[in-house]
Write a protein that binds this ligand. Structure first.
Ligand code: UDP
Length: 323
């Protein structure tokens, strides 16, 4: 059985939907930001906290867990600057409790959701896993701290792990049953689509004076189902002993500016967006684009869905949002 911590959240719930096809799955989620309805009914669901030893003891003593996948983190850069304690408490301290409990029950396989924010402001066009990590906010630091803890646990206790550094997750499940649902929403694609649906008056573009071809920030958008599939490859590699300590980027390898994303949303939906230029948002690097060559070479994974497909599935979801 696979324990998915944070399996009711946006990315976790998409992973669970794929994973239940081949594995028994138990989800632990405190529903602070996740949705119970997002969890596939074939998974066992436990409402609880990853930092709560009693919840963890109950799960590890009751179920034969062979691997843990960890999605239960706070992930807003701006919030992490204002409330670092919240980020270090949950993303670091609670995760450490989870890892210690895994060691106690001799569960040695772990897949960790990390982030492009570990790179800070990279001085390369395309980021690969050898690019220096130098996070510029508490969110990125909290993730990098766990990456370092994992390496130490590997040396001391024989933990096997794969770290997946996500670039910009977006899109929704092809079934239309689950998709992105944050409150408040801060991410670009859902914000644009909400404006096109009329539930938002305008879209503010955060900065148009960056050193990019059109002055707006460039990001690498990756479909959430592609992300989920990468986790399944990583899990197979851990469970078959093919990998024991590895870090991989997950992106498309293509950068799109904020303006290009908005234009693509207009093209996919056939609607015209109401856009205004605004000040830069604190903590935003100008450009974050991944090389995912390493995971392609080693595990055969690559992103299969392009920006139009990402937006089309998200549009389907937002028009008929279930939660
Ligand atoms: N962005 C924007 N307006 C918005 C939301 C986001 O201009 O209302 C920009 C943001 O500054 C960044 C890009 O869109 O350059 C992607 O932001 P998002 O919050 O989706 O993801 P992040 O890159 O912060 O993880």
């Amino acid at each position: 059985m696979i324990l998915v911590v944070g399996g009711a959240g946006y990315i976790g719930s998409h992973l669970v939907k794929e994973l239940v096809e081949t594995e028994e799955v138990i989800v632990l989620d405190n529903l602070s930001t996740g949705h119970r309805e997002a969890v596939d009914q074939r998974a066992v669901f436990v409402k609880g906290d990853l930092g709560d030893k009693e919840d963890l003891d109950m799960i590890f003593s009751s179920y034969p867990i062979k691997a843990v996948m960890h999605f239960a983190a706070y992930s807003l850069v701006g919030e992490s600057v204002v409330e670092p304690a919240k980020y270090y408490q949950n993303n670091v301290a609670a995760t450490l409790t989870l890892l210690q409990t895994m060691m106690k029950y001799k569960v040695k396989n772990f897949i960790f959701s990390s982030t492009a924010a570990t790179y800070g402001i990279p001085d390369v066009e395309i980021i690969d896993e050898t690019t220096v990590t130098s996070p510029i906010n508490p969110y990125g630091r909290s993730k990098l701290m766990i990456e370092q803890i994992l390496a130490d646990f590997r040396n001391a206790y024989g933990l096997n792990y794969v770290v997946l550094r996500y670039f910009n997750a977006a899109g929704a499940h092809g079934s239309g049953e689950i998709g992105e649902s944050h409150n408040p929403e801060t991410h670009l694609i859902p914000i644009v689509l909400q404006q096109l649906l009329g539930t938002r008056e305008k879209i503010a573009v955060f900065g148009s004076d960056y050193d990019t071809h059109d002055g707006t920030c460039i990001r690498d958008y990756i479909h959430v189902t592609d992300l989920a599939n990468a986790h399944i490859r990583a899990l197979e590699a851990l469970l078959t002993g093919k990998k024991s300590a590895e870090v991989y980027n997950l992106g498309n390898g293509l950068g799109y500016s904020v303006k290009e994303v908005i234009e693509t949303c207009e093209k996919v939906t056939g609607l015209k967006a109401n856009v205004e230029m605004a000040d830069r948002r604190a903590g935003d690097p100008a450009r974050l684009v991944a090389s995912s060559e390493k995971i392609f070479g080693e595990l055969g994974w690559k992103a299969e869905r392009n920006l139009e497909q990402i937006i089309a599935t998200a549009w389907e979801w937002h028009q008929n949002q279930k939660f």
